[in-house]
Write a protein that binds this ligand. Structure first.
Ligand SMILES: NC(=O)c1ccc[n+]([C@@H]2O[C@H](COP(=O)([O-])OP(=O)(O)OC[C@H]3O[C@@H](n4cnc5c(N)ncnc54)[C@H](OP(=O)(O)O)[C@@H]3O)[C@@H](O)[C@H]2O)c1
Length: 216
């Protein structure tokens, strides 16, 4: 499988790239700084230099051309300026959707967020802006004709993966390691799961079984 990852240099995206490349998939993605290509090559991936906030839809389509699936794992970050959040987490997803369509890529997996994440806390305005942008991007992707999957992880940690998760249509927001999110993404990409919004958090079901269970 050929996979194109937007956010390939990030905590989650780089883990997805490494896992897929190890499994024999052809992996490439969009990276922002020239010095990042060495790390991509080191995990067996390749890339195109570009910024999702400024690249044109046509340039993105041409970078991803030939891929079977696009993964959007980029994020401006909940504490970034609102306009960067809009440009990456909002318009970036819409641009990726349009680019996938024009490159003939029918599948797109979007890494989103739990809509009710940290509702019990008093979060800064930028966080609320980020949550709203993520939600709008989910809605736009769902309304597209692509074979999308939206994966909403709970708060991400850099703890070592456990190989097990809790994955389903609705989960309680706790936290999860990026390793386990990446392994879940890799398993979903290799499955026939399509057009599902899924929530994932730490849990005790082996990732392969958790993905297979979605088909029952
Ligand atoms: N953090 C959490 O607790 C949490 C919880 C749930 C969901 N999420 C979502 O999960 C996804 C992955 O999160 P993460 O924390 O693993 O990511 P991360 O480590 O913060 O990495 C973000 C990635 O997005 C890229 N990026 C940012 N702005 C970009 C731009 N303008 N053009 C191109 N690439 C750009 C970064 O590139 P550079 O390497 O160049 O910076 C990096 O590859 C994100 O969509 C995030 O919103 C996060």
């Amino acid at each position: 499988m050929n996979v194109f990852i937007i956010g390939i240099t990030g905590g989650t995206g780089s883990r997805v790239a490494g896992l897929l490349a190890k499994q024999g998939d052809l992996v490439s993605g969009l990276y922002r700084r020239p010095e990042q290509i060495a790390a991509l090559h080191a995990v067996g991936a390749d890339g195109t230099l570009g910024d999702v906030s400024t690249i044109s839809e046509q340039e993105l389509a041409s970078a991803a051309s030939g891929s079977d699936v696009m993964v959007f794992a980029a994020g401006a970050g909940a504490h970034d300026q609102d306009k960067m959040i809009d440009a990456v987490d909002g318009d970036g997803v819409r641009k990726a959707t349009a680019a996938a369509r024009s490159a003939g890529i029918s599948r797109l997996l979007l890494v989103s967020v739990f809509p009710e994440a940290w509702r019990e806390r008093d979060m800064p305005k930028s966080f609320e802006h980020y949550m709203a942008a993520k939600k709008r991007a989910d809605v736009d992707l769902v309304r597209s004709e692509l074979d999308w999957v939206i994966l909403r992880p709970s708060a991400l940690t850099n703890d070592p993966g456990t190989g097990s998760v809790s994955l389903g249509l609705a989960e309680i927001h706790v936290d999860i390691s990026r390793d386990d999110v990446a392994a879940t993404i890799a398993a979903l990409l290799h499955s026939v799961v399509r057009r599902r919004i899924l929530e994932v958090t730490a849990g005790s079901t082996p990732i392969g079984s958790a993905v297979t269970a979605l088909l029952n």
